[in-house]
Design a protein around this ligand. Structure first.
Ligand code: NAD
Ligand code: MG
Length: 336
């Protein structure tokens, strides 16, 4: 079992912390740090939509260079694909000597896109949850688990500084796990590609298409292969696979145990290993960065195509129906 860290020394955060970006993570970090007694400034683009929201929440907001100047720690909470440009133009030239640089995801540092100078601690505190949960749970006196890592330890104190930050945003209350930039980045990319987003959506869509191609009604196919996923995942989240299997019928369980491995067979595992290899050797990152640099031609086309798939229309119709008549409401719907 990995070591779980519960508490950092908040006295280590005795200088100014600049939170750059006020989106999902940025707003949660800034507000939680402030409520933990840390001196926070939010750094934003001039004209940013978030400027007023951050000020209304009682935070001090400055342009990015001014927020970075004088900061002991700079938390870069911008979308990953814009971080490199903003770092090089507005953050790096204004960093105090010895200031720490913090990330909530390892991508840019791990793949060498951002390389802070040798005099700076480079750390990560990655809450394992969306930003609004990080704030919500903190306000309720609880916290979101977090991953903590050090890429560069200039001060000799970088890990303790990261633990202090994680504690101030509430991750200590749920537990902080030590990791590396490589482990966090590679496992995160693999999870979203092979399982959580890519794998699971493709599986649901393939199931839907198989039933529709065989002549079943699209609404029935949607219901079975897509809508019901939430109910199953909720059970797994609550008590693991065995708890889910305990809740479904014996017929469903027998089908699950005899047929699951037939669908996700050795061939799928071989493909998963290939995806992981592409992540580890940097070829996925190079592809993504080139796509970004070219203005996202493939990304945009794929996004448009996915949104036009008939499955999306059927889903929308069923959700509208559920809104009116409760037909697909969870209460009216058991797991079969
Ligand atoms: P986000 O998309 O919510 O936006 C961040 C903010 O950055 C925006 O609200 C805006 O204030 C600013 N911004 C956007 N474009 C900009 C630009 N071109 N120049 C300057 N500022 C700009 O980002 P997020 O989801 O909070 O992600 C921030 C970091 O946290 C990323 O590294 C991400 O991987 C990581 N992370 C996110 C989550 C999550 O649940 N969203 C969870 C864990 C880690
Ligand atoms: Mg991810």
């Amino acid at each position: 079992m990995a070591t779980v860290h519960r508490e950092g020394n908040l006295d280590l955060l005795n200088g100014k912390v600049a939170v750059i970006g006020y989106g999902s993570q940025g707003h949660a970090h800034a507000l939680n740090l402030r409520d933990s007694g840390v001196d926070v400034e939010v750094g934003l683009r001039l004209g940013s939509d978030s400027w007023a929201a951050a000020e209304e929440a009682g935070l001090t907001v400055k342009a990015i260079p001014a927020a970075v100047q004088g900061a002991q720690l700079v938390a870069i909470l911008l979308p990953d694909h814009v971080q490199k440009g903003v770092f090089e133009r507005e953050i790096e030239p204004n960093l105090e000597p010895g200031a720490a640089v913090l990330f909530a995801h390892g991508f840019n540092v791990h793949f060498g896109e951002i390389k802070p100078g040798a005099g700076h601690d480079v750390v990560m505190v990655a809450p394992k949850g969306p930003g609004h949960r990080v704030r919500q749970l903190f306000e309720a006196g609880a916290g979101t688990p977090g991953l903590v890592a050090v890429a560069q330890d200039a001060s000799g104190n970088a890990f303790d500084l990261a633990l202090a930050y994680g504690t101030a945003i509430g991750c200590g209350r749920a537990g902080m796990l030590a990791t590396t930039f490589a482990e966090e980045t590679e496992s995160d990319l693999f999870g979203e590609q092979a399982v959580l987003c890519g794998g699971v959506c493709a599986l649901m869509q393939a199931g839907y298409e198989t039933l529709v191609d065989a002549g079943y009604q699209p609404e029935i196919a949607y219901y079975e292969c897509i809508n019901e996923m939430k109910l199953i995942v909720d059970l797994i989240y609550e008590g693991g696979f065995s708890y889910m299997r305990h809740s479904i019928s014996d017929v469903a369980e027998y089908g699950d145990l005899t047929r699951g491995q037939v669908i996700v067979d050795e061939h799928v595992k071989t493909t998963m290993k290939k995806l992981l290899e592409d992540i580890r050797n940097g070829s996925f990152a190079r592809e993504l960065i080139a796509e970004e640099d070219a203005g996202r031609p493939r990304f945009t086309a794929l996004r448009r195509m996915a949104a036009k798939h008939p499955v999306e229309q059927v889903g929308q119709e069923l959700r509208d129906l559920a809104g009116r008549e409760g037909l697909l409401g969870q209460e009216a719907h058991g797991v079969h």
